[in-house]
Design a protein around this ligand. Structure first.
Ligand code: F6P
Length: 323
């Protein structure tokens, strides 16, 4: 029998719960004892580790957030913090750890692996900025949340003939913004990966106004050079260039909440199960991910060394469609 633990860390993502559930139940099915670490690495350093059973993960598949709770732990970034975490894992007799989270969390997982502790990562971040997986857990749900908001904003934008700057999350990645702009039929998207000329953007919106569009939606990634407020400021200073009256909506943390979509529940279930199978076959220092429809393990070193690129074909297609 092995004693395995599961933790969620960093920003929560819808689908973390189905991943916890799958990892716990597959591990128990394989004859392991399973433990949940509360509040990510912060809870690990504090030794906040509790036994889990098939029942303790019952009724959570449809719930957003994470029942294990999560945290961003500055202490774990220090050598002393990591040593204390290792001490707590060893004291509890834990032999393997599943870390569910984004880039920062997986960087922590790699550190534990380098110290000789068996660890497997599961990508969960609405930013979809991790190499080694086509989709991270939470992206699909966050995208649908952003889309729902954009659809609603369009109603009021059309009624008033306004241009809306809708700011979405994504940290340094424009993925969420780009996909929300395509699915939402937006007129323009502003992403960190592409330089935006605000004068040109203003002229394009002016053209759209002159062509008789009743609204304009500009989706702005939070990590872009100009955020939605800065672009609005620019437009307001150049009112006669735009035609449309402008408004800003920042979607914020609503993108992280809510029930995980069917896609996220299934992805999370497959990845949570695969993480346990990887640990049980002796793997460590890897992340399980969805690669061309299949679940594959990639070394954490390789995942964290790469920068995921924006799909420029999709970007160009969005430009063509916004006529
Ligand atoms: O990484 C997920 C994310 O939601 C980013 O999109 C965003 O920049 C960040 O976390 C916000 O972090 P916090 O919830 O700690 O403010």
């Amino acid at each position: 029998m092995k004693r395995l633990a599961i933790l969620t860390s960093g920003g929560d993502a819808p689908g973390m719960n189905p991943a916890i559930r799958a990892a716990a139940r597959v591990a128990i099915y394989r004859g392991c004892q399973v433990f949940g670490v509360k509040r990510g690495y912060a809870g690990l350093i504090a030794g906040d580790i509790e036994p889990m059973t098939p029942r303790s993960v019952g009724g959570i598949i449809q719930r957003g957030g994470t029942v294990l709770q999560t945290a961003r732990s500055p202490e774990f970034r220090t050598e002393a913090g990591r040593l204390e975490a290792l001490r707590k894992l060893n004291q509890a007799g834990i032999e393997g750890l599943v870390v569910i989270g984004g880039g920062g969390s997986l960087t922590g997982a790699l550190e534990l692996h380098r110290q000789g502790f068996p660890v497997v990562g599961v990508p969960a971040t609405i930013d979809n900025d991790l190499a080694g997986t086509d989709m991270a857990i939470g992206v699909d749900t966050a995208l649908n949340t952003a889309l729902d908001a954009i659809d609603k904003i369009k109603d009021t934008a059309s009624s008033h003939q306004r241009a809306f700057l809708v700011e979405v999350m994504g940290r340094d990645s424009g993925y969420l913004a780009l996909m929300a702009s395509i699915a939402g039929g937006a007129e323009y998207v502003v992403v960190p990966e592409v330089d935006t000329d605000l004068h040109r953007l203003a002229l394009e919106l002016r053209d759209a106004y002159v062509r008789g569009k009743t609204h304009a939606i500009v989706v702005v990634a939070e990590g872009a050079k100009y955020n939605a407020a800065a672009i609005d400021h620019f437009f307001k200073a150049n009112q006669d260039q735009i035609g449309f009256e402008t408004r800003v909506t920042t979607l914020g943390h609503i993108q992280r909440g809510g029930a995980p979509s069917a896609f996220d529940r299934i992805l999370a279930t497959r990845l949570g199960a695969a993480a346990v199978e990887e640990l049980l076959r002796g793997a460590s220092g890897v992340m399980v991910g969805l690669v061309h429809g299949e679940i594959k393990a990639t070394s954490l070193e390789s995942v964290l060394a790469q920068q995921k690129e924006l799909d420029m074909q999709a970007y160009e297609l969005g430009r063509i469609l916004a006529q």
